[in-house]
Design a protein around this ligand. Sequence first.
Ligand code: ADP
Length: 400
Amino acid sequence: MKVLVINAGSSSLKYQLIDVDNGDVIAKGLCERIGIDGSMLTYKPTGGDKHEFKQDMKDHTDAIRMVLDALVDPAIGVVKSMDEIDAVGHRIVHGGEKFAKSALITDELIETVKELSTLAPLHNPANLMGIDACRAIMPNTPMVAVFDTAFHQTMPAEAFLYGLPYEAYTELMVRRYGFHGTSHLYVSGRAIAKLDKPVEETRVITCHLGNGSSIAAVKGGKCIDTSMGLTPLEGVPMGTRCGDMDPAIVTYLMDKLNLDRKGVDTYMNKKSGVLGISGVSSDFRDLGEAAAQGNERAQLALNTFAYKVKKYIGAYAAALGGVDAIVFTAGVGENDRNIREAIAGELGYLGVELDREYNQNCPRGEEVEISTKESRVKVFVIPTDEEMVIARDTAALAAK
Ligand code: ADP
């Protein structure tokens, strides 16, 4: 079965065509600057050359149309007609408490996702634009929604509740939801398969460290806690997001800097994190280079990030009652060897023994074990593959 996976943002749209039967990515690419001057489609069939098409895309429907045109193009395409695309899987950021699993897209589902936009005002409306565009062009193709929050719905109340009046939860939907669920699901599943233990007994901590970062505690294959909260702002400091802090800081900053709601939101979401601490960049490559050249604030940003991740690992080891494996994934987790060392090199008390040399020299883009043979807790680097999870869920639901 061939599944088109769509990850629609407000002005961008990533896509992959996946053959679910053999796990092959047939083609993939990206539409950028949708609705803005200078829109561009990149398209790369597996094993072929990458193509760039600069053409106006006034909305997501234009973008999807261009993607489909490239996929069926007689010269560079990978399918003969649109009919060969059996189903479309859409990534949706917020599924609230309504969706603990992926679901077939219906009018009712779309209404619910719209209602949940209050919890994810930047993401859900953009995701819906992707759905609307596909439904308009491919009205007879089954479509599935895969939610970033779904994997975390197994969290117990003591993990998802905040210390606020209970009515904030029951009446206003204020609780921890967690994000990056598809990634945590995928990498924890891969790690569990490598452990010599029945699934029910496994305790895994997954560290999705990218531009946005979150940590999850996974017991017996189910999420029991995660660092992101009502929104993706909570947890460790990220590229530009502040992560955990005293909530009183919000009103303090509003007073001192004369910020309104939007102003303080921008301050915490766009100007904070490792960018805010370093004053250099949100990108860990830039920070590593600056730190190597003696930039103390860049080093401080990296140290702060590693310290907070380490603290979460300790907290989740407590929540899990021990830990069998720690997984690093996403842009930073998969690539930044020094950050991995700064985190996993200091967890000896937990029974983690990092193979420092191998961590520095292991191949990129592969699943590797960076702990020593003797280490009681295994440490893995596992490249995440959210698209594959979306494609598989989509195929399974569309087949019904
Ligand atoms: P997201 O999906 O959240 O946008 P990614 O998981 O793609 O982010 O991670 C992007 C981040 O990964 C970049 O901002 C950069 O900091 C980091 N990164 C990518 N490659 C490297 C590298 N070779 N060394 C260090 N950091 C890297």
